[in-house]
Design a protein around this ligand. Structure first.
Ligand code: SAM
Length: 278
């Protein structure tokens, strides 16, 4: 009889977040597929668990995945872990789950730590509807296309980002969504220096220009405002531009933001805003 694949989440900072069920799943597995066997060995030592480990990560997933499936089909139970958090969420796992499912293997997951959901829940932004966007591409064209595809997005958006790329990403987010869009920067979750900063994109760009980002970040970005209704009047749009410029936003940025919010053409808005000043 074939064995099973169990996805086991691991702590994203605080080792006490390992649940009794996670521990049990690791103890009961015949072998553990790990993103980085050195990282997982440290966790297993901490838990006092000894298990055979096999490596399963982005660059060996095809070969290693097939071997893992063969072993499970032969009757062994496999627990899969990533370095931290939930396997298959911006981490290896997705392909192994698909491979196992295609082979008729039972796949199960123990619920547990996930940086995205932990951050969303404390962001202070709407949680009713959200979209997980993972890491933005570092390729300029793909990144721009991804952000463009989100300009109309009403749902709260979740991004992962590395600290050394944070400033560039905040600048791109401001460019895409406008200066006044709200963001919650959730840093070092479950760790000693856990912090949540809630501000506008403009403020976040300014803050991190002064304060070099450190640690791990999840960015929770407010969705596009409801204001994109049919027939928003030019008058209302101009009033919004005036309010934004009064609050310190440059005319160019205010026009770009209001164009996004209302769907009115940027050039027409700019011309009307300039005319209104004359
Ligand atoms: N699968 C993992 C999960 O479920 O959270 C995510 C893995 S992904 C490779 C790593 C990213 O998750 C980091 O770059 C960061 O954006 C986020 N992250 C992980 N741990 C975090 C923490 N303690 N605080 C804030 N963000 C964290």
């Amino acid at each position: 009889m074939s064995g099973t694949l169990t996805l086991v989440p691991t702590p994203i900072g605080n080792l006490s977040d390992i649940s009794p069920r996670c521990r049990q799943a690791l103890e009961e597995a015949d072998f553990i597929a790990a993103e980085d066997t050195r990282v997982t060995l440290k966790l297993l030592n901490h838990l006092g668990i000894k298990k055979p480990l096999v490596s399963y990560y982005e660059h060996n997933k095809e070969f290693s995945g097939r071997k893992i499936v063969e072993r499970i089909l032969a009757g062994e139970n496999c627990a899969q872990v990533s370095d931290a958090g939930s396997p298959a969420i911006s981490d290896p796992g997705e392909d192994l789950v698909r491979l196992c499912a295609e082979s008729g293997i039972t796949v199960t997951a123990v619920p547990g730590p996930c940086a995205a959901i932990t951050a969303l829940s404390i962001s202070g932004l709407p949680t009713g509807r959200f979209t997980f966007e993972g890491f933005l591409s570092t390729t300029k064209k793909t990144r721009a296309a991804h952000l463009k595809s989100l300009q109309e997005e009403r749902r709260t958006m979740i991004f992962y980002e590395a600290p050394h790329k944070l400033c560039a990403t905040l600048t791109d987010l401001e460019q895409a969504f406008g200066a006044q869009r709200r963001i919650s920067l959730c840093r070092e979750l479950t760790k000693l220096h856990e912090e949540v900063l809630r501000m506008t994109l403009r403020e976040a760009v300014a803050y991190y220009a002064e304060q070099p980002p450190r640690g791990e970040f999840v960015l929770i970005v407010e969705g596009a405002p409801e204001a994109r209704e049919e027939g928003v009047s030019m008058e209302a749009a101009l009033a919004r531009i005036a309010a934004l410029t009064e609050s310190g936003v440059s005319k160019k940025d205010a026009v770009r933001q209001v164009a996004q919010e209302t769907g009115l053409p940027k050039n027409a808005l700019y011309d009307a805003a300039v005319k209104g000043e004359a």
